[in-house]
Design a protein around this ligand. Structure first.
Ligand SMILES: Nc1nc2c(ncn2[C@@H]2O[C@H](COP(=O)(O)OP(=O)(O)OP(=O)(O)O)[C@@H](O)[C@H]2O)c(=O)[nH]1
Ligand SMILES: [Zn+2]
Length: 318
């Protein structure tokens, strides 16, 4: 490809309308949107970190300016919905895995919160890894066992770790060294501690800090992909933690619970709500211990939320 046709790279940082593009080997340029892409961005179809873009340079008085001319179709994307009825917006593209972090104690794990994040991964069709942190704390082992017993049989990759002692970290580090990972999870579960334990010195912005920054200075908080010393990238985007499932359709919620969807195929009635209908295979699976009661509980909650959201006119945006 000649210089006139531009060069392909990956968006590593977005701040307002400036896109920092990594062209390979550490060579980076700041690029801007023009024309059609700018109009699309205004309409909500933004260019986000992780996007593969073609940039073209135009000679200027001092230095050349770069513009983004083309965006490669995304392999995957993580979308965030800021509230019921709001449009879903992409926050990161071409993400290889969503690392859902929970702490086994302090704060105590809340299955509903874990399920929400797993639903997000399923809905975005990004593989999820469930990381159970703080196993070093009293009661940690037992809690990790109980959670593993819920999530492993569903097919999720569950890892028990401690950022404090380093237990379980080498295999997690190996996983992160490939592709783009995004960490999600409630405040205080140890997301930054895990990354700092794996790569000391990594300056990851913690949820609290970014929230403070957002309030204190009226600047746009940037989203970044942080390159890890051993390879791989971690998405650091503000607001990841504030996820609802707003915009996931009522019928889509069931698909986002793989084990419930599997059993539902054997319910007597099509469109069974698993709420006491005769011949409900899901209820039978609960009674047989094949599905965890907490999963059906959160499923019902999220389905009701999706139904209420649909009434508010919320809809999923690609
Ligand atoms: N005992 C123990 N404490 C941990 C572990 N991991 C993190 N902590 C502690 O838990 C607290 C929260 O850790 P953070 O890494 O700030 O949590 P976070 O998920 O990044 O939180 P936000 O930035 O608010 O989203 C800190 O006091 C950590 O020292 C662990 O494996 N064991
Ligand atoms: Zn049923």
């Amino acid at each position: 490809m000649s210089e006139a046709e531009g060069r392909w790279g990956e968006v590593w940082e977005t701040t307002g309308g400036v896109y920092r593009v990594e062209l390979g080997g550490g060579e980076q340029v700041d690029a801007f949107l023009r024309g059609r892409l700018k109009r699309e961005a205004r309409a909500g179809d933004r260019v986000v970190v992780g996007d593969r873009v073609r940039v073209v340079s135009e000679p200027g008085a001092d230095e050349s300016t770069w513009t983004i001319e083309e965006v490669e179709p995304r392999r995957s994307q993580i979308v965030r919905r800021s509230g019921p009825g709001r449009k879903a917006k992409a926050v990161a593209a071409n993400v290889d895995r969503l690392v859902v972090v929970a702490s086994v104690v302090a704060p105590d794990p809340r299955p509903e919160v874990i399920d929400r994040l797993l639903v997000l991964a399923e809905s975005d069709e990004v593989p999820a890894v469930l990381v159970l942190n703080k196993v070093d704390l009293p009661g940690g082992e037992a809690s990790a066992k109980a959670l593993s017993a819920i999530y492993r049989p569903i097919g999720y990759d569950v890892r028990t770790v401690s950022a404090e002692t380093g237990e379980g970290l080498p295999p997690l580090a190996a996983l992160l060294s490939e592709g783009v990972s995004a960490f999600v999870g409630p405040s205080g579960v140890g997301k930054s501690s895990l990354l700092n334990a794996i790569h000391p010195g990594l300056s990851l912005r913690t949820g609290d800090v970014s929230r403070r920054l957002q309030r204190g200075r009226h600047t746009t908080v940037s989203s970044r992909l942080i390159p890890l010393p051993g390879g791989g990238l971690v998405a650091d985007t503000p607001g990841f933690a504030d996820v609802g499932v707003w915009g996931v359709g009522e019928s889509e919620v069931e698909r986002c619970y793989p084990e419930i969807a599997r059993w539902a195929e054997q319910c007597r009635f099509r469109g069974c709500a698993h709420a006491g209908e005769p011949g409900c295979a899901v209820i039978e699976a609960i009674e047989a211990g094949e599905i965890a009661p907490s999963r059906l509980e959160s499923f019902r909650l999220l389905r009701d939320e999706a139904r209420a959201d649909a009434r508010h006119g919320g809809r999923r945006n690609g």
